[in-house]
Design a protein around this ligand. Sequence first.
Ligand code: ZN
Length: 499
Amino acid sequence: MSKTNVKLLSFIALSVILLVTLCSCQATTNNTEAQSAQLSTTASDTNNLSTEPNDNEKDLSQFLISDDGFESPVRQYGTEEYININAGNLLAYITYPQGDLAEFDNECKAWVDKTLATYQTEASASEGELLITYNSYIVNENFVVVEFNGEYNSPNYAHPISIFKSFNADLNTGKVLIIDNILEAEEINKLKKYIIETKNLDENFVDEQLLDNWIFLEDGVEIVLEKGKYLPESDGVVKIFASYDMLQNKDDSINNDVVVEEKDEATPKVLNETEIENLENLKQDAQNIAKNEFSENDKVIALTFDDGPGAHTEKLLNILKENNVKATFFVLGSQIDRYPELLPRMIEEGHEIGGHSWTHRSFKKLSDEELTKEIMQTRAKIASLTGVDPLSVRPPYGAYNNNVKAVAKSLGVHLVNWNVDPLDWKTRSAQKTYNSILKNATHGSIVLSHDIHASTVEAMESLIPKLLDEGYHFVTVSELLIMGRGEIKSGEVYFSMRK
Ligand SMILES: [Zn+2]
């Protein structure tokens, strides 16, 4: 055994023992209850190591927003502006976003102005009420979608007129996107055919505007047909989802609609006596592992997955379980209720959960109050479902500044970035993701990727066994940081085990 390896081994062993002493080490055991119990102490224990003053007695309940709150609009891009008209024949309340993308903002605003003018004319003859609101989403970290929803009410009409309009842009270039920018000509033809077939449209009435209202999603595009345009008024606004897999002929299934499951009320986990006893046993197991498991070629790595939970997270959890390895999930608060069963499962199976904000807005652009809300609502939501108070936070886009660090410190959380980025969201290629991580990962790496992409999860299927073969041990981010430096400080930004 070389000198370096002895050193490495002893620091790993020492770190593991340190973790054990703190009840923080996670042994590979099938005792899921104990693991869950033990994990619920991980976050606060690691934080007790902090030399910084820290308020661990946070009452998270104040940050738990009501069920109604979740139905509020999604605002992941820009700040909300509004027009409020209460004069003459028209009452109008319109909200719209204004952010950093001038061309995109102008396009949205121009549509708002045009729509307002149309209904001002409409209302001049009688009276009317125009209400328009919007949702804005960041998709795959790099695209922004704004969808306007509204209605116009007037005594002249038996039913309100519904209004819908979507806009998409590239978040990096600010360029407004049309569907031709993201789909090949062949895919566009297939999409048109698919809409005509599934909605039984009369081909003679289908025009160039069929695909005007499209929404860019992670797994496909959604086409929105305005009320009464191609289908009877009574059908209302019709949305049709087409997956990229289907458009690329990879998958013939046509029903790819995302099923949003009903949410069960979750109760925080409280340890009972058996669980406390199990915890003691687990500490013993972990000590044994510390003595035996690591050999001279051992390397440690922390895989992290952002933006979920999503449609592919369950498959990823299965892969992790089959390989008996741990990972860290930085979840988006706004996504959690779509897959409520997945977070408790992550904890039961030994993974770490961190917060990735509620709405995915850049922390650098938020007020202290907004930033606190983003972090604490997500933290409270995770704690309410799992009983674990997550102190690791992954800032959206990895964006932070001194103020973000100061707010994080005041909240008792730390920021976790990465030193290996396979650009999995961009390539959407399992092979490229596999190659990139394999090439760039080293002992102590924090690897960024996204469990919302099928290709990323596919890459993990072969990558994890390969890394295991190469001698890697998979640890959670908090374990990695503790191993590397013996403490985790609130308000700090971490990139790898040592940096
Ligand atoms: Zn993200």
